[in-house]
Design a protein around this ligand. Structure first.
Ligand SMILES: Cc1cc2nc3c(=O)[nH]c(=O)nc-3n(C[C@H](O)[C@H](O)[C@H](O)COP(=O)(O)O)c2cc1C
Length: 242
């Protein structure tokens, strides 16, 4: 078996343990992406520490950006958005995965802001208007963090996903809202800018906005999900038992 096939096999396998970790399951049901500006309530430092610990436990690292770095991120994110908006293939891909809300995937209009939210770092432009009401607030209490690691290999990206999941679920449990910002790592030039923010000591995987969601208004509804049977192939489990 080639090294790549071994890796593919490793990426595809998961241990299924009946009745395990119900609290994670419950947190997953609560978790959702809320793209409105965050409230004026600061994120408790203890929550940031706990989220960072969860990421580290799964082999990732989280760098909290200081004020100057956030301003640099804001400019970089604006540039990444422009680059992506001008790329017809990327626009088509975004439209493909976001527009299929009736088919169990995608983003319904109700989860996308009705007008651009006042955020220090611009959110992704999905190329179509949403219907989620956005208040006049500005998310000045948002904390921006960069998920990163030592390597830029396929299995390190898989670990980054596990670290993201652990950090995101921990944040949800602590009442901290997370919005991932991936355009800045998708565009090579802006990813290099992020590397400089890390002083070259690692590879950026994803930028996260952390904050306390506006408690006065209902957030967006949950996005549709495919059923487990449509996304998990358990046939190998039967094969092993036999
Ligand atoms: C790796 C990754 C990157 C993402 N990048 C973005 C992004 O750049 N902008 C954004 O608004 N949402 C982003 N999302 C959020 C997804 O769009 C979101 O999970 C999806 O809308 C499903 O909604 P839910 O999180 O409410 O279940 C990203 C999610 C993941 C896992």
């Amino acid at each position: 078996m080639s090294q790549q096939s071994q890796l593919t096999t490793a990426l595809a396998e998961a241990a299924v343990t009946a009745g395990h970790a119900p609290s994670v399951h419950n947190t997953q049901q609560v978790r959702h992406t809320d793209r409105r500006p965050v409230s004026d309530e600061p994120v408790p430092p203890s929550a940031i520490e706990e989220i960072t610990r969860a990421v580290t436990t799964e082999g990732g690292r989280l760098q909290i950006l200081d004020r100057d770095q956030v301003l640099e991120l804001a400019a970089t994110a604006g540039h990444a958005d422009t680059v992506e908006a001008e790329d017809p293939e990327l626009r088509a891909e975004l439209a493909y995965w976001t527009s299929r809300a009736g088919e169990g995937t995608g983003l319904p209009a109700e989860v996308l802001p009705a007008q651009p939210a006042q955020t220090t770092v611009p959110g992704r432009d999905f190329g179509r208007p949403g219907s989620l009401p956005v208040g006049p607030g500005h998310d000045r209490m948002a904390v921006y963090a960069m998920l990163h690691g030592d390597e830029d290999e396929r299995d390190s990206w898989l670990r980054a996903g596990e670290a993201l999941s652990a950090g995101w679920l921990t944040a949800t449990r602590l009442g901290v809202s997370v919005v991932p910002l991936s355009a800045v790592v998708e565009v090579e030039g802006t990813r290099q800018t992020l590397r400089q923010l890390l002083a070259g000591l690692g590879f950026p995987y994803l930028v996260l906005r952390l904050g306390i969601a506006d408690p006065a208004h209902a957030g967006p509804p949950h996005t549709p999900r495919l059923s487990a049977a449509q996304v998990v192939d358990t046939s190998a489990v039967g094969g092993r038992q036999g």
